[in-house]
Design a protein around this ligand. Structure first.
Ligand code: ADP
Length: 268
């Protein structure tokens, strides 16, 4: 079901006109999606336990998307069964003055998961190409140079035992309007909204182009991008969970055998 969402290396995802509410050739209703999510959540817990016991490798899930795309909701639902101690979640904001004193991958490297853990990036180093490109702050040449750094960086991570999976939560402009309006209208949600979010919304088309270019340049064999239709939260959740299950299954973490002589031991 997720194969059509995977962007093959070198191909362009064409976000404009791409369906934001359905997976091609896969129809599912809300109650089936919730049931399938529940199954996958249990699988993720089981596989994460093995990854932790193995203590040799890690996984990194990168989540990108415009404001209100559902990054927090996807994290909360996909990992709801996993022991929080086995996760390493980082939400990247605009860089602080200290972070700006360093190269743009400095804070990213420091936030990577330890062996045995799943790292989750809510926004990531991809903001360092999206924001300059979407807002026109860096030349195309400088941004292209960064795509090269990022591909090399992720290659290094993969070689050193961190599997990298990247997800763009893709919502429509109208869906974002409704979600922003809901934030304005609901006092419980209003804190999530900043007036500056409206500035990026005005640049919607520029950001969509920036996402397309970024994905084309950085979807690789070892660190693929998935473009997930995210207008329906229940569909988004099951798809992200499936991507995580597949990535963990591909890693096939194994439980270590334990101390010599422990198997079959009778404890008195
Ligand atoms: P949320 O992710 O909930 O929207 P905030 O609005 O507080 O959180 O912070 C995210 C903001 O920080 C976004 O506007 C994002 O573009 C910006 N940001 C994150 N990383 C960078 C970066 N490397 N360079 C510039 N802006 C960034």
């Amino acid at each position: 079901m997720i194969d059509p969402l995977r962007i093959e290396p070198g191909s362009a995802p064409k976000l404009v006109g791409r369906d934001t509410s359905a997976v091609p050739e896969w129809s599912i209703d809300k109650s089936d999606a919730e049931r399938e999510l529940a199954e996958r959540v249990v699988q993720i817990d089981l596989l994460q336990n093995r990854l932790f016991a193995e203590n040799a490798r890690s996984m990194l899930l990168v989540l990108q998307g415009t404001d209100t795309a559902g990054k927090d909701g996807a994290i909360k639902n996909t990992f709801k069964q996993v022991n929080p101690a086995f996760l390493h979640v980082t939400a990247f904001k605009a860089p602080s003055s200290t972070e700006l004193e360093h190269d743009y991958l400095w804070r990213v490297h420091a936030a990577l998961p330890e062996r045995g853990r799943i790292g989750i990036f809510n926004r990531s180093h991809y903001e360092d190409v999206l924001v300059p490109r979407g807002r026109g702050l860096l030349s195309a040449g400088r941004v292209a140079q960064r795509y090269g750094h990022i591909n090399d960086f992720e290659r290094m991570l993969t070689d050193e035992g961190t599997s990298v999976v990247k997800v763009l939560l893709h919502i429509s402009k109208e869906e974002q309007r409704q979600r922003l309006q809901a934030r304005v209208d609901d006092p419980e949600k209003r804190w999530k909204m900043r007036l500056a979010d409206l500035d990026d919304r005005k640049l919607w088309d520029d950001f969509q182009s920036a996402y397309e270019e970024m994905i084309e340049a950085t979807s690789t064999e070892h660190a693929p991008w998935y473009v997930v239709p995210a207008d329906r939260k229940w569909l988004r959740n099951v798809v992200v969970a499936e991507i995580v299950v597949r990535a963990l299954e591909a890693m096939a973490p194994t439980i270590p055998p334990g101390d010599d002589g422990i198997a079959g031991l009778v404890v008195e």
